[in-house]
Each structure stands twice: as structure tokens, then as C-alpha cells.
Design a protein around this ligand. Structure first.
Ligand SMILES: Nc1ncnc2c1ncn2[C@@H]1O[C@H](COP(=O)(O)OP(=O)(O)OP(=O)(O)O)[C@@H](O)[C@H]1O
Ligand SMILES: [Mg+2]
Length: 342
């Protein structure tokens, strides 16, 4: 009979309870710039529960991107450990880490990082290609569904340069969700967008977060923090104690209240749009940029809409049977339009 050595018990596993999706324990990160050490993170302890939408706030250079990169397995801590689903990332081989990234994590980078020569659809298909489990046809179908989710299915054949900043960010979000990630890391998801487009992206992210994935988002943007379930502040590579805000997670009751509020705001928005069109029409202006209409609506209303503003305008034009059509972001009214004058 062979006497086997008992398996060693991983001390860390014993300490960790199952309730956290991500655990960051005593993490330091120091970059070497030539011979100069640049301390980016200086002792981060952070537990993140499944389904949270955690906001990382703090001044430029405080270490937000560094922390996201470590959680996402794109770089290693100098000291300390990170656990995803109780798995110690430092024990994974390069290949295991690559698998973990490919199968579990979605990344949304600050500047979209779309491949410029590929269409929106092809960009979203990339992670599916690397996963290698679906046929080309199935990949295409799935990518199309994802584009639909971010309301861009009609622009699937456009390349990034033919899309607005907000649209490119929506493609990047669709791509981040292609592998059904359980963790989504976002670096300044609204960083480069005007505040109104940013709000639309945030509404989209909030709804995606409700589908169950855990979100960690670095941001300077105070608007983002309104969408987070918890916010922590980092300064000089450390979490600032006493500045944490939590318990912001939307409950079913809150969601219901939000939806009814959104319906109300939608109505208000529709009235404003009609008013705007009527005024333009009375001045014989028959070509109206949708962005111009949008600029006339206050942010509080836009923030609470249940859908994208452009879609709302299209829907309204149809619903009110306003003679005219929308093409490339412009509403062209027909001359014989009396409907609005009553
Ligand atoms: N690859 C690198 N090599 C050397 N130093 C780096 C590197 N990446 C980041 N740093 C330094 O580490 C610190 C933290 O940088 P990081 O990018 O994490 O900050 P941040 O909070 O994301 O800032 P921002 O809000 O401007 O994006 C900074 O001092 C930065 O200069
Ligand atoms: Mg950064």
C-alpha cells in the first residue's frame, strides 16, 4: 500500500468566504521607470460582491487603471493577492490566466479600442472567435444580438470611423459582453463623451449590470457614481477610509419606481420635442438636426429616459404621424405638414 501525503490545504482558501466575487488583499504595485520606482498602489484591500457596480474614483494618477489591470489579469501585483471566485490569480499559469480573461472578463477601455478596419459586427465577433466554441454563423448571430442589445444592429456594417463616439462606445460594450463575462471592467466608460451621450451609456450599463455581472468602473465622472452600487475613493494608491458610499444597489421596488418615473419623463420629453419641432416649423425650418432637438431638452429629462433619445424621436414621428423622415441624424419635415400646427 502506498502512503500518500495529504494534500496541502491552501491557507488562503480557508480564510476566504464564498460571498465575494473579487478579493484584493494587501495589493501593492510599483512600476519601474528605468531605475526609478513609481509606487502606483500602496496597500489595497477590497472585497467586491457578485453583482456590484463598484465605482473607483480619484484624481488622475491615483492608480485606478492600475487596479483594473491587476483585477483583469493584464498585469501582476508587486505584492499582495487577488482572488476571483476564490481563485488565487497568482497561482495561475500564463495560459490559465489567458483562459480566465477570455472566458470570464469583459473589458471596456477608455478609448474604445476598436479595430479601425473592421465593421462594428466584426469587432464584436473578435472575442467569440478566440473562444472558438461557435461556428462562424453562430458567432455572427450572437454578435448581431449583442449589437441589438446596445441598439446598434442597424449600423452593424459601419466601421468605427463612421460611428459617433457614443456609438463606438456602445460597440465596445457589446464586444465586452460577447463572452458572457461574469466580471466587467470599465475604464472611464464615459470619459470621452459629452454628458448627454454619457448618460445614455450609463443607462445601458445599469441595465446590463442588472443581468448579474459584477462591474468595476474607474471614473472621474460624478455622473457615473450615481449609477454605481458602491463608490470608493483612491488617493495616492490607497483607498480613502470614510469616503465609501454603499448600499446604492437598485432593488425591485426602486426599479419599478424608476420605470414609472422614466415613463413620466418620456412623456415630458415627447411634449418638448413636439414643441421644438412646432417652433422650427413655424419659422419654415424643415431640416432639423436631432442633436439640436436634444440640446433643447434638459439633462434631468434625458437622464431618466427609458430609451435612446434618437429612438424616442423616431418613435414619436411615427406615432404622431408627422409627415417627414429621419436620415443620418436629421429630421426632414415635409412642406405640407399641417399636423403640428393645430
Ligand atoms: N506602465 C507604467 N510605467 C510606469 N509608471 C506607470 C505606468 N502605468 C502607470 N504608471 C504610474 O502609476 C501611477 C498610477 O497610474 P494609473 O494609470 O493607474 O492612474 P489612474 O488613476 O488611472 O489615472 P487617470 O485618471 O489619469 O487615468 C501614476 O503615477 C502613473 O504615472
Ligand atoms: Mg486611468
Amino acid at each position: 500500500m502506498v502512503l500518500r501525503k495529504p494534500k496541502p490545504i491552501d491557507q488562503n482558501l480557508r480564510k476566504i468566504t464564498i460571498q465575494y466575487k473579487i478579493q484584493v488583499t494587501g495589493v501593492y504595485k510599483t512600476y519601474l521607470l528605468g531605475t526609478t520606482a513609481v509606487p502606483a498602489l500602496r496597500g489595497i484591500d477590497l472585497n467586491i460582491k457578485p453583482g456590484e457596480f463598484l465605482g473607483l474614483m480619484g484624481p488622475s494618477g491615483c492608480g485606478k487603471t492600475t487596479l483594473l489591470n491587476l483585477i483583469g489579469g493584464l498585469d501582476y501585483p508587486t505584492r499582495g493577492k487577488i482572488f476571483l471566485d476564490n481563485r488565487d490569480m497568482s497561482l495561475l499559469s500564463e495560459n490559465q490566466l489567458a483562459d480566465l480573461r477570455r472566458d470570464n472578463i469583459g473589458y471596456v477601455f477608455q478609448f474604445y479600442n476598436l479595430l479601425p478596419l473592421l465593421t462594428a459586427l466584426e469587432n464584436v465577433m473578435i472575442p467569440l472567435h478566440f473562444q472558438g466554441t461557435l461556428s462562424r454563423r453562430a458567432r455572427k448571430r450572437k454578435a448581431m444580438e449583442l449589437l441589438k442589445l446596445v441598439k446598434l444592429d442597424e449600423r452593424s456594417h459601419h466601421t468605427p470611423s463612421e460611428l459617433s463616439g457614443g456609438e463606438q462606445q456602445r460597440v465596445a460594450i457589446a464586444r465586452a459582453f460577447a463572452n458572457d463575462p461574469s466580471i466587467v471592467l470599465l475604464d472611464e466608460p464615459t470619459g470621452d463623451l459629452d454628458s448627454k451621450t454619457g448618460i445614455e451609456i450609463l443607462n445601458l450599463l445599469r441595465d446590463l449590470n442588472r443581468k448579474g455581472a459584477t462591474f468595476v468602473s474607474a471614473t472621474h465622472d460624478a455622473a457615473v457614481s450615481e449609477y454605481c452600487t458602491r463608490i470608493i475613493h483612491i488617493i495616492d494608491g490607497k483607498i480613502v477610509k470614510g469616503l465609501e458610499v454603499s448600499g446604492l444597489k437598485e432593488t425591485d421596488e426602486m426599479r419599478e419606481a424608476r420605470l414609472s418615473l422614466q415613463a413620466e419623463y418620456k412623456e415630458r420629453c415627447e411634449r418638448k420635442i413636439l414643441e421644438f419641432i412646432r417652433t422650427e416649423k413655424s419659422q419654415n425650418i424643415l431640416e432639423i438636426r436631432i442633436t439640436k432637438i436634444k440640446d433643447s431638452i434638459n439633462e434631468e429629462i434625458l437622464k431618466n429616459l427609458p430609451m435612446y433619445f434618437d429612438d424616442l424621436v423616431s418613435e414619436l414621428i411615427e406615432k404622431e404621424e408627422i409627415p417627414g423622415k429621419i436620415k443620418s441624424g436629421v429630421l426632414y419635415l415635409e412642406k405640407t405638414n399641417n399636423v403640428l400646427e393645430g
